[in-house]
Design a protein around this ligand. Structure first.
Ligand code: ATP
Length: 268
């Protein structure tokens, strides 16, 4: 894909404060090193993409940022607050869309949003009006009174996204927000997020959608085997290539489709 003039502009490094700072993050699971010294800075007003192959450590990194997993080593500062020394203060400013959605799915969508909003200290009427706004923007108004357990995958993602945003956090950490979401809804969500970023919010998201990251994000980090192999503005990271080409290069290239002839010898 050719370079576009629409590439989002990264916040000015000289003036925009760092709202999320990761230094030397490490996480092991037994003998597996899931995250191996991740260091990243995200500035206010940034739309920051995290990409990497399956198993690269993206979810593990984001889970440490949002307080779901304790790091073995390293430091996370959210708006200058150490996320593991003072998690209550740090979490107040974050909205989280976790990867494995563990929602209270015996609640209706409206009840889930009510729970999310009141947990964050919002008054009843504020929760109700924001729930209505979010449901309308995400196209799930008709589903608000149905049990979340009965939602489709995309609808579940949307209600979780609404729950992450309802308290208008300064920083949104979204793990694969567009997975299972249809293209029209994804475009609506992007629109909402772009307006949020223009107003000074910050988005950090992981995704496998290289075109989407290249189009929407101003900055990106490519994580491979638990390490940041490239980070910076999207244009810095991709250089003369598309982001996808750069990603494939750093991830070790594509494997030639050799062998597997058995798959073409149809057994019936
Ligand atoms: N709870 C866990 N117990 C054991 N190993 C884990 C656990 N969570 C993650 N891992 C391992 O850590 C590594 C990184 O996983 P992670 O889920 O962070 O990758 P990812 O980049 O988010 O991948 P994907 O793109 O497939 O979602 C993988 O090898 C994974 O098997």
């Amino acid at each position: 894909m050719a370079a576009t003039t629409e590439t989002p502009v990264a916040p000015d490094a000289a003036t925009a404060p760092i709202v999320l700072s990761l230094t030397g993050l490490v996480k092991h699971f037994g003998d597996t090193i899931a995250v191996d010294g991740v260091t990243l800075d995200v500035r206010r007003g940034s739309f920051y993409g995290i990409v990497g192959p399956n198993g690269a450590g993206k979810t593990t990194t984001l889970s440490m940022v949002t307080g779901l997993l304790r790091p073995d080593a390293g430091r996370i500062l959210v708006h200058g607050v150490d996320a593991w020394a003072d998690p209550v203060k740090a979490k107040r400013t974050i909205g989280v869309l976790p990867d494995k959605l563990r929602l209270f799915d015996r609640l209706t969508g409206a009840q889930l949003l009510y729970y999310a909003g009141t947990l964050r200290g919002l008054k009843n009427d504020v929760v109700r009006s924001r729930s209505a706004d979010l449901a309308k923007a995400l196209g799930i108004e008709d589903a608000l009174n149905r049990l979340v357990a009965d939602y489709s995958a995309g609808m579940t993602k949307k209600i979780a996204l609404a729950a992450a945003m309802i308290h208008s956090p300064r920083l949104l950490v979204l793990d694969e927000p567009f997975e299972s979401v249809d293209p029209v809804s994804a475009a609506n969500v992007i629109d909402i997020l772009q307006r949020y970023v223009s107003a000074g919010g910050t988005v950090v998201l992981s995704s496998h959608g290289m075109d989407l990251i290249q189009r929407v994000c101003d900055s990106v980090a490519i994580i491979v085997r638990g390490r940041v192999l490239a980070a910076g503005t999207v244009d810095e990271v991709r250089g003369e290539q598309t982001l996808e080409e750069r990603f494939v290069e750093l991830a070790g290239g594509r494997k030639a489709a050799e062998g597997m002839e058995w798959l073409h010898s149809f057994s019936d």
